[in-house]
Design a binder for this molecule. Structure first.
Ligand code: SF4
Ligand code: SF4
Length: 109
């Protein structure tokens, strides 16, 4: 699998000290194209889908594409962290969208 950057959404984290995807990817795979000001993945085949960049992007511009054995081309999975919850948006190859909301912390802890 790999990640895909929505170039319309990505603003290059211009109000931050550095692009969050570039800063946080443990494989040092994300980079900013200095000409376009948009992020891209340098080596898609090296991505192991940890989703750190997907969760960290303040513009929600990165999504994980599901591989063929799991879903048809175009299917994607996108998490959004909101307080103590994570909301997963699953889009299938026909464009149908489902969301799943999960609590990530036990209340009071
Ligand atoms: S974190 Fe998101 S908005 Fe920032 S550079 Fe990466 S893709 Fe673009
Ligand atoms: S999913 Fe993980 S390994 Fe892949 S580009 Fe994002 S942060 Fe790097």
């Amino acid at each position: 699998m790999t990640v895909v950057v929505d170039l319309k959404r990505c603003n290059g984290c211009r109000h931050m000290d550095e692009p969050q995807c570039e800063k946080l990817c443990p494989g040092d795979l994300m980079a900013l194209n200095r000409d376009t000001g948009k992020a891209y993945i340098r080596e898609p085949r090296d991505c192991w889908d940890c989703m750190v960049c997907v969760k960290a992007c303040p513009m929600r511009a990165i999504e994980t594409r599901l591989p063929y054995p799991l879903a048809l081309y175009g299917a994607s999975l996108k998490p959004r962290v909101k307080g103590d919850r994570i909301i997963w948006t699953l889009k299938d190859a026909r464009g149908n969208v489902e969301t799943f909301e999960l609590q990530t912390r036990t209340p009071g802890r």
